[in-house]
Design a binder for this molecule. Structure first.
Ligand SMILES: [Cu+2]
Length: 185
């Protein structure tokens, strides 16, 4: 083999190696997508919780006195809320910093969106079903919670807010009340 061919051979070898690497990456992504799809299809959500949207206000966990934030025995916070045309109840959700917060929410009428800006909270509120999502807030402050599913003519006015307060202050407030929202603050 003459010396003039060596650079070409080298280029070819490097190129082949990169082609193999790229193929392996693509195959891994396809395998991951296929696994996720098949796994989800063969094992649907472990828990699908239903609720009667026509009687939310009459009985069960979404009656008005049960909405808002509640400190749980394990130190986490459970927030229950309802979306309806065209508002959320509570209108302002009070949560502490540095605490696992679980939201349980549903809709009283049509599909609404449930999103808290700057967090992983982004789901739909579907009448008849309970949406559960957990997050935590590290900094005190105020966040917006707009409905992001078009739910008819008043949709653009449908939003609430989340007020994040210091954990110690929240614990003090929770000592006196079973359910909290911004009004009690
Ligand atoms: Cu809505």
């Amino acid at each position: 083999m003459s010396g003039t061919h060596a650079p070409d051979d080298l280029a070819e070898r490097v190129e082949r190696r990169w082609a193999i690497a790229a193929s392996v990456i693509a195959a891994a992504l396809v395998a991951a997508a296929a696994f996720a799809g098949i796994h989800q299809a063969t094992m649907p959500q472990a828990r699908v919780e239903t609720v009667d949207p026509t009687s939310l206000h009459l009985s069960g966990e979404f009656i008005e006195t049960n909405l808002g934030s509640a400190l749980q025995p394990d130190g986490s916070v459970m927030v229950r809320l309802v979306g309806q045309q065209y508002s959320f109840t509570p209108q302002c959700i009070l949560v502490p910093t540095g605490t696992p917060i679980t939201f349980r929410a549903t809709s009283a009428d049509v599909i609404h969106g449930f999103l808290i800006d700057g967090t992983n909270v982004n789901t739909m509120l579907v009448p008849g079903f309970i949406s559960t999502i957990t997050t935590r807030f590290d900094q005190p402050g105020e966040r917006h919670m707009p409905c992001h599913e078009y739910c008819s003519i008043g949709h653009e006015g449908m939003w609430a807010s989340v007020r994040i307060i210091d954990k110690a202050q929240f614990t003090r407030l929770a000592a006196d009340r079973r359910r909290l929202d911004c009004v009690q603050q």
